[in-house]
Design a protein around this ligand. Structure first.
Ligand code: KDG
Length: 365
């Protein structure tokens, strides 16, 4: 055997030995292919995560909302942070921002599309500017109760809408709760539809809301939530509509005299993530953030329902006049805005609209 042949044989032998030491199948390394127990795999995930954390490969989620840090929406973000950081062993860190620190709903959703922010939790109304079908969830009087809303949103119909977000580079992970929207204003008591006449009302940036309040005789002014308190304080608008927890926790009672339990729309929040960031996660990390968004949402809904009960009394204690709206008055409001609903239903598509209404009916059986 020539010297050259011998050298080549030695080199091949050396390569074989080195490959055998550092290689090992994916399965041997992770135990994924053998009968490794869940614990081993979990241990593997956590071990991987803490290794990532130790190696500095930490991913950061910047999660921003419009409401302040006293609102259940922020408590839900903090719960999400707690779960994700614990379950990933620190390989994912969550930074939470409130009060529009990262921008208003529209700009935060645009930031998710660009990948410059990872999470936001807007109401469905501003989402309709990105996915028009979400308008349905702001049809006045669509959901008769929060329980019915939970069942529809957490079921097949709700998931169908979340899936629509992907084409906008956003991943919808869960529904949280803003709540039943009530009217506040600084002009007069509102007990019936005719009391809306002439009121200038700030609405969310959503065409249906604008058209519905106009149909009721009000003068709607669409505005980002971040500008609302100042507009109320300066009298730019007479009133606004939000769940009572928001009215109280955002201090609107300081600049508003009247509140009416119109309950004209049940407003869901959507917990959404930048698709660019979601796709960068491992399968294990994706499962963790998905489950954390749902678990934090269950917590947030509970906190929110307790808050909305508590704060109606607080608003009165702070001097606001509370006007109870009768079922008959609500029925009259619903009749007045029905032509607006019909117009949007035909624009969105009767089949999808009927599917939602049928799911609402089924959830009440
Ligand atoms: O981030 C919070 C906002 O999405 C939410 O408060 C929107 O209800 C809303 C409003 O009136 O703008």
């Amino acid at each position: 055997m020539s010297k050259k042949m011998l050298m080549m044989l030695m080199a091949a032998l050396l390569i074989f030995i080195l490959a055998g030491c550092g290689g090992g199948s994916q399965e041997e390394e992770t135990g994924a292919g053998d009968s490794a127990s869940e614990e081993n795999q979990d241990a593997g995930t956590e071990e991987d995560a803490s290794e990532e954390a130790a190696s500095g490969d930490v991913k950061t989620i910047r999660a921003g909302i419009g409401l302040n840090n006293e609102h259940p929406q922020y408590k839900g973000l903090e719960k999400f942070k707690e779960i994700v950081e614990e379950e990933t062993g620190g390989s994912i860190e969550v930074e939470t921002y409130h009060s529009g620190q990262l921008g208003d709903d529209r700009s935060m959703m645009e930031a998710l599309q660009l990948g410059s922010q990872e999470v936001t939790v807007p109401s469905t109304a501003p989402i309709a500017n990105f996915v028009n079908e979400f308008t349905i969830f702001d049809f006045p009087f669509l959901f008769p109760s929060s329980e019915v809303a939970d069942e529809v949103l957490d079921g097949e119909v709700g998931q169908k809408f979340l899936d629509m977000l992907e084409e906008q580079n956003m991943v919808g992970l869960a529904y949280w709760e803003n709540g039943f929207r009530d009217l506040s204003n600084s002009s007069h008591e509102v007990a019936t539809a005719e009391d809306f006449d002439g009121l200038s009302i700030r609405t969310m940036e959503n065409d249906l809301h604008i058209d519905a309040f106009r149909e009721l005789g009000a003068n709607p002014t669409p505005m980002a939530f971040t500008e609302l308190f100042t507009a109320l304080q300066q009298g730019t608008v007479d009133g606004q509509e939000n769940p009572v927890a928001t009215i109280y926790l955002e201090g609107f009672h300081e600049v508003q005299d009247y509140v009416s339990d119109t309950h004209h729309v049940y407003s869901p929040f959507v917990f959404m993530m930048s698709k660019q960031f979601y796709d960068s996660l491992s399968e294990e990390e994706q499962t963790i953030v998905e489950e954390a968004a749902v678990e934090a949402g269950e917590f947030q809904r509970e906190e929110n329902r307790a808050a909305n009960e508590e704060y109606l009394q607080s608003l009165q204690d702070e001097g606001m006049t509370y006007t109870e709206v009768s079922d008959e008055a609500r029925e009259e409001m619903a009749e007045i805005v029905q032509p607006v609903i019909d117009e949007y239903a035909s624009e969105i598509g009767e089949d999808l609209v009927n599917e939602v209404y049928e799911a609402v009916e089924a959830a009440q059986e």
